[in-house]
Structures are given as C-alpha cells and as structure tokens.
Design a binder for this molecule. Sequence first.
Ligand code: ADP
Length: 580
Amino acid sequence: MCKPTPVPSLNASHSGIPTRLEKEAQATKEKTYSLKTLPDSVPRKHPVKLPPNTSQENFDLAITELRKSLVNNDAVEINDKPLVDGWYMEHPNTHDAFHIADQEKLVCSAVAYPSSVEEVQEIVRWANRYLIPIYPISMGRNLGYGGAAPRVPGSVVVDLGREMNKVLRINGENASCMVEPGVSYFKLYEEVQKSGFPLWIDVPDVGGGSVLGNALDRGVGYTPYGDHFANHCGMEIVLPDGSLLRTGMGSLPGPNGDDNPTWESFQHSFGPSIDGLFTQSNFGIVTKMGFWLMPATEHQSYMITFPEEEQFGQIVDAIRPLALKRVLGNIPQLRHAIQELAVTGRPRTDWYSGSGPLPRDVVRDSISKLPVGNISWIFYGTQYGDATSITSQLSLIKKEFAKIAGSKFYLPSDLPPDHYIHSRVEVCSGIPSIRELSWLNWKPNAAHLFFSPITPTNSSDATKIHHLITTLHEKWGFDLFPTLCIAGREIHYITNIVYDRSDAEEKARARKMMKEMIDAAAQEGFGEYRTHLLFADQVAGTYDWGGGALMRFHEVIKDVLDPNGILAPGRNGIWPRGLS
Ligand code: ADP
C-alpha cells in the first residue's frame, strides 16, 4: 500500500488539523487506511443525481445562473466524480461518508460555496426560482448522523464553511465569541489561545466539527459549558425567502450601525424566544452564532472502575444525587469495558476472531490484560475550581462510589501515558482532540451510526433501556458500545454501532436493528435526542403525543416560512406541504 498523502493543515484549509496534532493525525490516517479493503473510489453506478422534478436542461440553466451570481469562479461544483469516502479529516461534502445504505443513496447534485451572507441570500432566492432543494452544512462532519449528505437526493448542498470560516470576535471581558459556520473546534481553540485571554472553549469527543453546526444539531461536550445550544448567545439567520434575521439582542441595532453590544451577553430579546426553532430544523440557514466561553480554571479528571455488569443500576443511582447537587463538575461519561478495548485502537480481531458479538468472557479475559484489570464499567469525571474545592468535591464523590463493591478510583497519574484517560483530561478542559477516532480501527472500512435515546436518571429506566439495547444487539449480531452521558435528571444513552462499509448485509442488519431499537424504545417512552438522516422520519413519528401535535406545529411553521419547500426538506422529519 502506498503511504497516505499528508493530512491538510489548519493553516491551509478551514477543515484542517492544527500543527500540534499533525503527527497524531497522520498516524491515525495511516492506521485507518491500512485497515481499508475498499478502493478509494469506484465508478459511479448512476450519473449526476438531479434534483427532484428537474430536467437536465433546467438543471444546467439553473447552475449557469447560480455560477453567475456567485463571486468565486469555483463557487459551484457539480457532483459528477467518483464518490470518495476519505476519512474524518478529509471527509466528502458530496454524500454520507459513513453510508449505512448504498454509497450513492444520499448524494447531492452539486455543491455551492457562498462567500458572504449576501451570497447565501442569493442562493436561497435562486432555489426558490428554480424550485431546487438546498441543504446547508457548516463543516459537514456530522458523521454518524448523516455527515454532509442531504436528506433529499439531488439537493444542492450549500457548504458554508469553505469561505465563511472566521472567528468574528472574541470578547475577553464578556467571555464570549461570535463565529461563522466554518469555524471548527480546532480553529476556535487556536484563536482563543492566540488571543491570550484565559478562556476555554467546550469541545465534543472529536474536535473537527463546526462549533455552530454542532450547536444547531444540539451536540454536547464535557466541560461545565457542555450543552452547546444552552451556551450559545445570538444568531444571524437567512430565512427561506432570502431575508435576514438576527435573534436575541442582535435584533436591536447597535449604535452607529454596529452590532448590538449585548448580542453575546443576553440570549433573549423582547417577546418569544425563537432560537430553538433553528436547531434540528429546516427553518433557516444560520450564518453567525455567538457562544459563551468558560473562564479557565484548575481541573482534575479521574476515573472510577466497577467490576460487575450488574452494578449498572447502582452506578446510575449514585450519580443522580451527585449530579443534581452539582457536586459533579461536568456531564460525566459511563462506558462499558468493551470501549476500553476499542479505544486502544487495536482491531477487534486482536481480541476475538469469531463472528457475532464479542462474548462477555472474551471481554473479561481481554480487559484483564489491560492496566484497569477485570472490570465491567468505567466512569470518567472531571472536577473544576481551585485545589481546595476540587479536593473537597472529590472526597464526596469517592465516598459515594466507595459504597459500590469493588469500585476503584484512579487519577490520570495512576495510569500509563498511552491510556485513554489522558485524552479525557484534554477534552474535559476544552482542548480538541482526535483520540476518539481510534474506535474506527475496530473493523476494516469502519463507519458508525449512533442510536441516542434519552432516559430518566434512575436505575430502573436506565436498566430497561440498557436491557433493550443489549438484547437487540445480540439479536442482530453487533458488539454493544454504550457511552452514557449522565446528568442529574436525564441520560443521553449513546450507542455507537460500528459496521463495515464494504458489507451490504451488515449494513442492512444495522439498519434493521436501528429501526427495531427506535420502536422498542418508544414503546417504553424513550425517544432519541438526535438521529441519522435516514431514520429521522421514524424518530419524528414517535413524538406523536396528541395525535402528532408537535409535528403539526412544525409543519405549519415550515409552510409559512418556506412555502416552496426548498430548504432541507425532510430534515428531522419536517416535510413541506405536498412532500411528506
Ligand atoms: P459538524 O461538521 O459540526 O458535524 P454539520 O456542518 O454537518 O456539522 O452540521 C450538522 C447539521 O446541522 C447539518 O447536517 C445541517 O443539517 C445542519 N446545519 C449545519 N450548519 C447549518 C447552518 N449554518 N444553518 C442551518 N443548518 C445547518
């Protein structure tokens, strides 16, 4: 195999890797490619996928006009080349890199790259004239939920990030920033460092996503500012008719034509709070978004292990009061022992060569050889504040978990330098990382799909969903990778379904399992907080209290704002009139 090309750097591309992570990214790429059996690309089975109800002639006409209205010569690309999945740092904007169906199922017809808010407005007006659906992405790294793919094949993807990727301001006093869509966590981190302000950003598990895009999809991170939407402040939005809106205090003009001085300070304006309408929806294209940054502080990450599978409920019940009383500093993660194997970056075949899910005794034997020994569950937490308060918080936490037989408490210094905890230390103190990608060595051509239901934080509900998911993973033959983000009142139970993209049968099984899990969870009253494009209709359909009152509300708004149904039709199950 020839050596993979260098990973693009952040200096060269908005979606690149910062210098400090170049070596690690290159090694990750080499490892990923060494396990790949699929060719980089295969000839397309179908030519360009045209937008629905659009003839080739009209499409050509429309594209010619679009090209004329955008300033850059290369502002429109037709999606007619072989599809390349690439890898995390070099992901496509033409389709879902982690295709869970056929690679060509969710393709766009073309990609447009606006370079200003005015050009975004131009594109929206153009889409209304030609009745061509458009699909905005910021960075397009929403992998596991559909990546950069549009819900309606043949839509024109509006890739905002390539040209609109500035950190517009960082306010050290107010501890806030304002960003454009193409600002990744990697970039925001570098810019905050350069500013010299003692501030942290909050990052999800991997740092290549768009700060704005992740918040719009209501993603989470792991510092005390981990709820990304809750910590946004102010938006600028191009509506589906091409008009421009600012929310929050941004709706009140600042003096001398400046932005309002409190835009990034107060989330609301006067009257209804509408920002939430633009998350997980298709009501507008967000072109700017403000975020609060956390004042830097001392911090201490730690890990607690538990020996028995059956202690799951007890662990959840121990977390609840600590989280409710805000003794826990962040939203901690509870992971199963099998993840401890996966984050080593070693392939599944290193542990087991049989088919079907890894048997429990194999997990036990394998994990026993690692520094944590024979365990079933691992809790990763971090405490914040000055040294004295961290010490007193930790003594409360240790006391509670010590009640669970056989639990063991570790500080990062207790574990070898290559242990995953050191990456947790970074992520939980706002330093974007790529270590989490090591999971993708589990299988050749690996991709993943998330199943992410929300449950109340108590042992009986958590055990119910855990049992349901475990049973269905066994039935459909998948290893179970549960990561639970546990708050005081609710758990994001995130299951990472890892599959081989070259294996159509395995992908079909993953889809069937997903569908069955969504329905089975809904019957118990559990719904997903977010899902892959292909399952959005099903998930939306489970939120049907009052004869579907919520979806009726969404559809009324959709039809008023977007009567031609051009903006991301079908996203989150919201279809315009006549297109459901
Ligand atoms: P990331 O790279 O952070 O994972 P994406 O750019 O893929 O994020 O965004 C996640 C999803 O949010 C997209 O698939 C799209 O549906 C929606 N989205 C992203 N950016 C915007 C935007 N600026 N305006 C409206 N919706 C957006």
